[in-house]
Design a protein around this ligand. Structure first.
Ligand SMILES: [Zn+2]
Length: 290
């Protein structure tokens, strides 16, 4: 193979978003995935709503999902982007609103943890109340129909989906690491607000138990890296290319409500945003690896 041809092939395989020559074309990417997922719904999805919601009650995979060990060799942030982008997927769930005849898309993120076609994402993604079909798109444009929920846990907001890899060969994966402490530098990869392949950075703020009927004291990882709607299921990476967890939810902290001397209520302003992430530990548990 000539050097020029090799270079051309390498450039062609660059994930959208990587550099000025490979900018993400959000409209084209999202349209492609939406079209494929709608076609899946119309042709009789391999996983319809009732089957999917039933499978979301599986708290542990029936057969253990073999996962690669955590990596110890440090890599650059640029290399982290490449690894996250190659293992990451954009997920589309299509549903009918009941008011019109059209299919509507709902967007989220995820990443492959097993090359045969196992994707990690959130329980709240897997347990979408009305979606009739779900599909995932890889950085190089492969469409992966979601065919099964292997396991899911609502309290910890984790799920493992089986996808049909088709004829495209094994998927690039990220290893999971569940022993990173607070203070670890982290990167967050995902698709916030219809923006494909965004990387942000921060630190692992702390681990905390979250209360409430839904969380029931489950441990979550809080980070300072930004993410937004659509990032759900996107991997949180350390500097070795391991996934420490994934984006799950945010909660804003506002200034206290105050009333000024003229009796008007002062507007509350945003002070900071908490970023609550599902943990790799919870993923390992539902995979049957712990
Ligand atoms: Zn509608």
């Amino acid at each position: 193979m000539s050097a020029t041809l090799l270079t051309a092939l390498l450039l062609a395989a660059m994930p959208p978003g990587t550099d000025v020559d490979h900018a993400a074309d959000d409209r084209a990417i999202y349209q492609k995935l939406e079209k494929a997922t709608v076609a899946l719904a119309q042709s009789g999805s391999p996983l319809n709503k009732d089957q999917r919601l039933k499978q979301c009650a599986r708290v542990r995979a029936e057969r253990r999902v073999e996962l690669p060990p955590a990596q110890t060799e440090r890599i650059s942030p640029e290399e982290s982007y490449q690894r996250a982008a190659r293992a990451g997927v954009l997920i589309c769930s299509v549903y009918k609103c009941g008011k019109c005849d059209r299919w509507h898309p709902s967007w989220s993120s995820g990443f492959a943890v097993h090359a045969s076609g196992v994707i990690a994402t959130n329980h709240h993604v897997a347990a979408h109340e009305t979606a009739e079909a779900m599909g995932a798109l890889t950085h190089d444009g492969r469409f992966l129909p979601v065919v099964e929920v292997l396991a899911a846990r609502r309290s910890h907001d984790v799920a493992l989906l089986r996808v049909d890899p088709g004829s495209g060969g094994p998927l690039a994966t990220l290893p999971l690491r569940d022993d990173a402490p607070a203070g670890t530098r982290v990167l967050c990869y995902g698709n916030p607000s219809s923006g494909f392949g965004c990387l942000t950075d921060g630190i692992l703020t702390r681990f905390a138990r979250l209360d409430g009927a839904e969380r029931q004291g489950a441990v979550f990882m809080q980070i300072s890296a930004d993410y937004g709607g659509g990032s759900s299921g996107g991997p949180i990476l350390d500097d070795r290319g391991n996934a420490l967890g994934m984006a799950a939810s945010t909660s804003p902290i506002l200034t206290p409500a105050k009333t000024s001397s003229d009796g008007k209520t002062q507007e509350r302003t945003l002070q900071m945003v908490r970023h609550n992430c599902a943990t790799a530990r919870a993923l390992l548990e539902i995979a049957g690896a712990r």
